[in-house]
Structure formats: C-alpha cells, structure tokens
Design a protein around this ligand. Structure first.
Ligand SMILES: Nc1ncnc2c1ncn2[C@@H]1O[C@H](COP(=O)(O)OP(=O)(O)OP(=O)(O)O)[C@@H](O)[C@H]1O
Ligand SMILES: Nc1ccn([C@H]2C[C@H](O)[C@@H](COP(=O)(O)O)O2)c(=O)n1
Length: 426
C-alpha cells in the first residue's frame, strides 16, 4: 500500500471503514460516498455526539508503519481528554488480503482536544504520514467526512458517510499472513533483516538462525518421536515436560529456545509484525535442534508453532470468538518448511484451576499472558485457535488431575502411539 496514493480522500472511497465499539458487539461499518444515504440512522451509535475524528498511520515501510501505529496508540491514549473514547478502527477492501489499514476513531466531547493536538504534533514531527479524517453532522442528519490534508483543495473536499454492509469474513483476518503469522522462514527472516538498522538485536537473532540452520541435520533417517506439549500459561507444561524427560530418557527442548532468552523481553515490547517474526524464527532454531536430537533420542518440546500461531491469530482477530476464521482456513496451515512433530498435546484446565496455579506460582507473565487473566474472551480465542490448527492437530489432554496422574495419562498416549519404553524398563 503506497501511502501517497492514499493521502487523497478519493482513494479512501473504495474502502470500507470498521469501528469497534468494544470486543463484544459487532463493529459499525461505513463508507464514504459522493451521495447521501437515506438510511444513515444506523450510524447514530458511532456518530452520535461530540467531535469525531479518525487517524491512520500511513507509511511505505512496513516496519516504520508498525512502529508508528504503536506510537500513535500510545500518544492518543496518553492524551485522551476525559469523556473521549479511543476506539480501534480499520479501513479495508472486502476480502482483499493485506488491504487492512489499522487506525483509531475518537469520539471527543472536549472543546480543545488534547488528542487532536497530539495528532497535529505527531504529524508535524513525521516521519510517517498520518491521515486524519474529521466528521461533522449536517442539519439534515447527514454526516460528512473531510480529510485534514496538506493541499487546500483536498481539505475542502467532503464526502457523505453512509452505512456499509458487514463483510462475509471479519476484516481483521485479512492481514494475518506475513504480518502476524509466518509460513516460511524466509518471510520472518526478511522482517528482522528490515529491522537491523533500528533494532540492533535483530542482527544477533539472524546470526543464531543462520548458525543453527547450518548445523541442522535435515536427513530423514530414522527419527525418535517428537512430542510437543502446548497450553496456556500455568496449565502445567513445564512440570509435565520435565517428568516426561525423566520417564522417557528424552531430550527436553523449548520454543523460544534458550539462545534467544536474552532478546525476548525486547521483542515482546515490539509491535506484532516484529514480535511474531521473532517467535517464528525461534521455532526454526528449535526445529534445527529437534532434527539433531531426535536422531538419537525421543524429544519433548515445551511450546512450538501452535503457540506462535494461536496467540498471534487470537491477538490479530479482534472482537468475538466467532470472528476467528473457520477450520481449514489457510491461516491454520503448518509451515511447509518447518519440522513437523509426531504428536502435539494441548493441556487443558478450567480457568479457575489455571488461575489457582498461576497465583500459587507467583511468577511474572508476558504482557499477553496478563491479557489472558483480564481477558476471558482473549483466552477463549487462543484456546480455539490452538484447536483449529491442523496437520498436526492438537490432542486435548485434561491436565486438571495431579501431576502424576497427568504424566501417566500422557505416557499411555505416547506409548499407545509408539512402542516407547519408559526409562525404568530399558
Ligand atoms: N497437575 C497439576 N496439578 C496441580 N498443580 C500443578 C499441576 N501441574 C503443575 N502444577 C503447578 O501449577 C503451576 C504452573 O505449572 P507450570 O509452571 O508447569 O505451568 P506452565 O504451563 O509451564 O506455565 P508457563 O507456560 O508459564 O511456563 C506450578 O506451581 C506447578 O507446580
Ligand atoms: N513458540 C512460542 C512460545 C511462546 N510464544 C509467546 C506467546 C505468549 O505471549 C508467550 C507464552 O510464553 P511463556 O510465557 O509461556 O514462556 O510467548 C510464542 O508466540 N511462540
């Protein structure tokens, strides 16, 4: 998307705008038109009161655009006048992949809006173009939209705001491929290559990926079973994987791998495009380690691609759980260049039991895991996304019994699939 082509209001008329009032109700969809609509009362909930404007960060450089969007959100949130709502917004071409442009819609009841002043300061600071729309209500009940643009002629141009039909598929899934989830190592690798000038740690991560790939044993000779243990935070993955390692004389690996631990906190603070590329590359390093170790012993892995894809999809797909694409969608496809495990077990416990274990454990969590605590809906979406991933699909394991009971249950599952003997029988 070339930002220059979108700085002119007319270019936005082909798009549908979506504004999410909250995570639980359907978004409001509208378009811009040269003709008024007879039915725009539907827009009342959004365009009801106060001063209204929306803002989108436009930039040709996807890294700069991702960081500018994050910076814009922080700036608007920090300068929000009392009574002003900051809502997620997006403009898209229905069913056209990668057409989603994320932004923010503000309902502002204050006269001199500090949010608007913050946007103006950001615009002057650059370096990315912001496209700001303002909306006004006419006497006849029609809503008009104009762009705060450089050229006077552009500023004078106004379009009617008219209701638009809800698209077949929720637009937040349009940009997932290579923005939130990566399906080839080289696509994730390219993102971090583009970050090297602004995020020095990227270079070190890329060197580790290259080093591990060079050491990878791609031979498809006899391999011992590779069992991945997945699940939300505090479902008992670490406890179970350690017990499995002892019981099976297995090698225990994890994703992200230990060699990336020192970079993790930094990339967790980056916008999704960069953060997810980091975790995707972590899976490829872990895959190279699995390839080497599974030539001489069974391998147990604590989190792998299912975690990376499920958390990314659940974060990217806003709104209700039903907005997740159906099973069979390409977004759930295992990457063709990533080593496939023999078995993936998804540990499942009740939210109450999980919270009990988390509280009991007292360790800190990633921002996303903190989200899981406050956001019941987000947790459900992560769980649903886990279960939609195919080839291999997860086998759900009830992990609420005692650690020993869960271990025996999982050993039975593994043994019934392979004639793997436990350590004490060898
Ligand atoms: N089957 C179980 N029954 C009761 N408590 C358990 C069980 N398994 C683990 N726990 C306890 O629950 C807490 C979380 O366990 P653990 O760290 O293994 O979870 P986890 O899924 O690895 O979490 P994370 O993803 O954050 O690493 C720990 O205090 C652990 O002792
Ligand atoms: N392969 C992986 C492993 C982890 N993540 C992300 C998803 C969550 O935000 C978080 C959970 O990890 P934990 O705190 O349990 O170590 O890390 C991922 O995206 N891909």
């Amino acid at each position: 998307m070339a930002s220059r082509s979108l700085s002119r209001l007319a270019q936005w008329c082909s798009r549908v705008f979506m504004v999410e009032i909250n995570q639980k109700t359907e978004p409001i969809y509208f378009s811009l038109s040269s003709k008024p609509s007879a039915h725009n009362t539907e827009l009342g909930a959004l365009f009801g009161n106060g001063k209204l404007f929306s803002v989108y960060a436009l930039c040709d450089d996807r890294i700069q655009s991702a960081r500018s969007h994050a910076q814009l959100k922080n700036t608007l949130a920090e300068n929000l006048p009392p009574g002003c709502e900051l809502l997620d917004s997006a403009a898209f071409l229905p069913d056209i992949k990668s057409s989603l442009i994320k932004g923010f819609f503000l309902q502002d009841n204050s006269a001199l809006s500090s949010a608007e002043r913050a946007v103006t300061q950001l615009q002057e600071k650059g370096p990315v173009g912001l496209c700001v729309f303002t909306y006004t209500r006419e006497e006849n009940g029609q809503y008009l939209c104009s762009a705060v643009a450089e050229e006077p002629a552009e500023r004078e141009r106004k379009y009617y705001v008219i209701p638009a039909p809800a698209p077949q598929r929720h637009p937040s899934a349009l940009n997932i491929r290579n923005s939130d989830v990566f399906y080839q190592m080289e696509d994730a690798y390219k993102v971090l290559q583009e970050c090297c000038d602004i995020i020095p740690e990227s270079k070190a991560v890329l060197e580790l990926v290259t080093e591990q790939q060079l050491q990878s044993n791609n031979s498809h000779d006899k391999r011992f079973p590779v069992v991945v243990i997945e699940g939300l935070d505090a479902t008992g993955k670490t406890t179970l994987t350690c017990s499995l390692q002892k019981a099976l004389g297995a090698v225990l690996l994890k994703s992200p791998p230990h060699c990336l631990a020192r970079f993790r906190q930094h990339f967790d603070a980056e916008p999704p495009l960069i953060r997810r590329a980091f975790y995707a590359l972590g899976n490829y390093i872990t895959a190279a380690q699995i390839a080497r170790e599974s030539s001489h012993a069974p391998v147990i892995v604590d989190r792998y691609w299912h975690s990376t894809a499920a958390y990314a999809i659940a974060t990217a797909v806003s709104g209700r759980e039903e907005n997740l694409p159906a099973v069979g969608s390409e977004i759930y496809e295992w990457p063709s260049d990533l080593l496939r495990p023999s078995l993936v077990l998804l540990l499942s416990v009740s939210p109450e039991e999980r919270l009990r274990r988390l509280t009991h454990r007292g360790l800190d969590k990633t921002e996303e895991e903190s989200q899981l605590e406050i956001n019941h809906l987000f947790r459900h979406k992560v769980d649903e996304a886990y279960k939609k991933i195919q080839n291999p699909a997860c086998i759900v394991v009830d992990a609420s019994p005692s650690p020993e009971h869960v271990l025996q249950q999982v050993l039975y599952l593994i043994r019934s699939k392979y004639n793997l003997q436990t350590q004490d029988h060898q």
